[in-house]
Design a protein around this ligand. Structure first.
Ligand SMILES: [Zn+2]
Ligand SMILES: [Zn+2]
Length: 360
């Protein structure tokens, strides 16, 4: 099967033929139908997020089950599945406390052993345990969530990371109430999904902040009532202007940089909630005044994977899209072939796209 491999940090992707390992008793062999290109893949490629290489990246995928291991019971050949990049064990400390997105073993399989080898003998890890930048993959049963076969798999792919992360940050993590004021900083695929989540939750106003005009247009389509171009306006002042000087009830930072995190915290009202969704660098330090932390009485929280339970949320998002309550089509900027991946990364780095989707 063909896959886009990454052999070293900062290198380009190379499309090559790989041989998958054997399917274990609890594994599922999936023909990948589509894969989104997510910013976290870029962060691994450029070294912002450390990850052992060589590997095949891609963690936002959907496909069709080709074969299952002997002990697999929840999916069967022919099923349409969305892949989860955390495969919850359902038995650890966090799983038992309703936090499967933090599963202590949810990524064990990704680092346990290579999942495929090249003809020259190079062994590749499946990054995030999913490796959707390839025509086929092998994942644990727990990473597979069956969905309605009538649902388009290219939209299903987006559900597996960007959509559930954005919608989940609003609906699962922060639990935005109707009428609350919401700000979303960063209008890529995840940010646009967060804006749609805020619309779903009945928030108003919904304020989108970005530095690219085209993304702010998309933000309006996704439910933003106000947009702020951070290249032209002081975003903190602009948010205060829209919220009677108080700041917003809920702010979502979907960039992952200290400067925007500090701005997000500042534009959150006293006793409001600031949720960090963007994946930043471990060495990028955020600074707050000690007194302001106390006086503001704000909640600052991180949010992994939209606090999702994949088995619960993936079919729910599919249903909401089918009911016309979500607009996943708005997130798709372009469809590409596997060997156009390097250009998709260039476009993502340049901020030109919400989401590129590889269709196989
Ligand atoms: Zn992602
Ligand atoms: Zn667990």
């Amino acid at each position: 099967m063909r896959a886009a491999t990454l052999r070293g940090t900062g290198e380009a992707f190379v499309t090559e033929d790989l041989r998958l390992r054997d399917v274990g008793p609890r594994d599922v062999h999936v023909r990948v139908a589509a894969s989104g290109v997510c910013h976290s893949d870029l962060s691994i490629q450029d070294g912002t997020i450390p990850h052992p290489l060589p590997a095949v990246l891609g963690h936002e995928g959907a496909g069709v089950v080709l074969e299952t291991g002997a002990d697999v019971t929840t999916v069967a050949a022919g099923d349409h599945v969305v892949l989860a990049w955390v495969a919850p064990c359902r038995a650890c400390f966090f799983c038992l406390r309703g936090r499967p997105e933090l599963c202590e073993h949810g990524l064990d399989h990704a680092f346990a052993a290579p999942y495929a080898t090249a003809p020259d003998g190079t062994a590749f890890l499946a990054a995030f345990g999913t490796a959707t930048f390839g025509e086929e993959t092998i994942v644990p049963e727990r990473a597979c969530v069956r969905i309605d076969p009538a649902f388009p798999l290219e939209l299903g792919a987006l559900v597996g990371c960007g959509v559930v992360t954005g919608v989940g940050s609003v609906c699962n993590s922060a639990r935005v109430e109707p009428g609350a004021s919401v700000v979303v900083i960063g209008c890529g695929g995840v940010g646009l999904a967060a804006i749609q989540g805020a619309r779903l939750a009945g928030a108003a106003p919904i304020v989108a902040v970005d530095r690219v005009a085209a993304k702010l247009d998309l933000a309006r389509r996704c439910g933003a009532t106000d947009v702020i171009d951070a290249t032209e306006t002081d975003q903190v002042e602009a948010v205060r202007g829209l919220t009677s000087g108080r700041g917003a009830d809920f702010v979502f930072e979907v960039v992952g940089r200290s400067a925007t995190i500090e701005a997000a915290f500042e534009m959150t009202r006293r006793a409001g909630t600031c949720t960090i969704v963007g994946a930043g660098s471990p060495t990028d330090m955020v600074r707050f005044g000690a007194l302001q932390l106390m006086v503001g009485a704000k909640t600052l929280r991180g949010c992994v994977y939209g606090s999702t339970d994949p088995a619960r949320d993936f079919p729910e998002i599919v249903r909401l899209q089918q009911a016309g309550r979500l607009d996943l089509d708005a997130l798709v900027t372009r469809r590409i072939a596997l060997d156009e991946l390097n250009d998709a990364f260039r476009a993502m780095h340049a901020g030109e796209v919400a989401r590129s989707i590889i269709t196989y």
